[in-house]
Design a protein around this ligand. Structure first.
Ligand SMILES: [Zn+2]
Length: 382
């Protein structure tokens, strides 16, 4: 009998119940999936709209088109057997199973929240565990080394919890885009066993800044050889140290060239219709990254932070601020290295470290040398 009990206990601790009792599964994150939409076409099984006494429940598989009319939500049935629904409220809760819109699967608890005019935001509430799986799966290929995926999981968990704290009074904590972390619902992905394992094996582990607050653990694709302090990118933030990556860049886009017509460049900087008289780099920060630029126009001179310049021109074209620029006639040629802002963990560098047998703790210590690693257990979350 005793042996039987031990067996049951082992199954409980290693099976799905181990998930249920984890720190990550107890924490909830609100994610803004879509910004300022006018219409949502959604299908799923056993859907409900609204809450409390105003809740409308539907049975079986159905398809709906949701929009806002005046101060009401119009939930129009696209299935033969269901009736339209109209609900008055600022926000509309939608729940169900196997939810899906045009872009793919969705988490099972959604809120549509009225924004300006007739537009609305789509916000999902889900466990930190499911959120992290959906983030790590999009931040890194699942076949990367497990210790690298674990380091990424801890960085993403720390970033999320700190950001949630900063935005606790807002309707959502994080954007599902590069503004925060790219997230897609992972529920129907069958290729994420290593990502699930990385999140599970780092459950409740996070980074603290030197003042022992949860670290806003920034990370990026490819440092181009050397990471940079947040101070030189955003003029603020926590100093957790920088790292030199002798093996970077190992990413396919490590060295890049970007050409743009001066006219288009000025349009993106909201100086359209003017003539570019010059663009000079004023300061060069660590690792050859530009920090500040002076843009000369016929009637004025504008000083721009390099990161601001990068975001305005386009962060996927001007991949980093580690570049040199030449003007050839009416064309600007940027030649650079790396991808991303360069602060914190470098994903391509952490892949290299993982391939060489470093544990996730050592990878994190490399990129956040002044940070501390803490393990939150369940009792700490209540
Ligand atoms: Zn790197």
């Amino acid at each position: 009998m005793a042996r039987h009990c031990v067996f049951i206990l082992t199954v409980l601790l290693s099976g799905p119940f181990a998930w249920a009792a984890s720190f990550d599964s107890q924490e909830t994150v609100r994610v803004r999936l879509v910004k300022s939409s006018r219409e949502l076409v959604i299908n799923g099984t056993d859907l409900s709209f609204g809450e409390g006494q105003h809740q409308v429940r539907t049975r079986g598989l159905s398809r709906w088109k949701i929009s806002r009319k005046g101060k009401s939500w119009t939930v129009k049935s696209l299935s033969v057997s269901q009736s339209d629904v109209s609900l008055d409220s600022k926000s509309l809760r939608v729940q169900g199973s196997f939810l899906r819109d045009i872009n793919g699967t969705l988490p099972s608890m959604l809120e549509l929240r009225s924004a300006s005019g007739l537009s609305f935001d789509l916000i999902a509430s889900l466990s930190l565990r499911d959120y992290l799986i959906g983030v790590v799966a999009h931040e890194m290929p699942p076949q990367w080394p497990l210790e690298t995926l674990k380091a990424q999981s801890v960085a993403a968990r720390s970033y999320t919890l700190r950001t949630r704290e900063e935005r606790k009074s807002k309707p959502w904590h994080v954007e599902a885009t590069i503004e925060d972390q790219v997230f897609r619902d992972p529920s129907m992905r069958a290729d994420l066993e290593s990502v699930r394992k990385a999140v599970r094996e780092t459950d409740g582990i996070l980074l603290l800044d030197p003042k022992r607050r949860t670290l806003k653990a920034f990370y990026h694709a490819d440092c181009g050889g050397r990471t940079v302090a947040s101070q030189s990118v955003w003029g603020g933030g926590v100093d957790t140290g920088t790292a030199i990556d002798p093996q970077c860049p190992s990413g396919p886009g490590g060295r890049w060239t970007y050409r743009i017509k001066a006219k288009d460049f000025l349009n993106r900087l909201e100086a359209g219709g003017q003539r570019l008289m010059g663009l000079e780099s004023l300061t060069a920060g660590a690792g050859g990254r530009a920090e500040k630029f002076r843009l000369r126009l016929p009637a004025r001179t504008v000083e721009l932070n390099a990161n601001e310049l990068r975001l305005k021109v386009g962060s996927t074209q001007l991949k980093s601020t580690r570049f040199v620029m030449q003007q050839n006639g009416d064309e600007l040629v940027f030649k650079g290295q790396g991808f991303g802002h360069g602060v914190g963990l470098c994903q391509w560098g952490s892949r290299h470290l993982g391939q060489h047998g470093l544990t996730f703790e050592k990878i994190l210590a490399h990129y956040y040398p002044k940070a501390l690693i803490e393990h939150r257990d369940l009792t700490a979350s209540f």
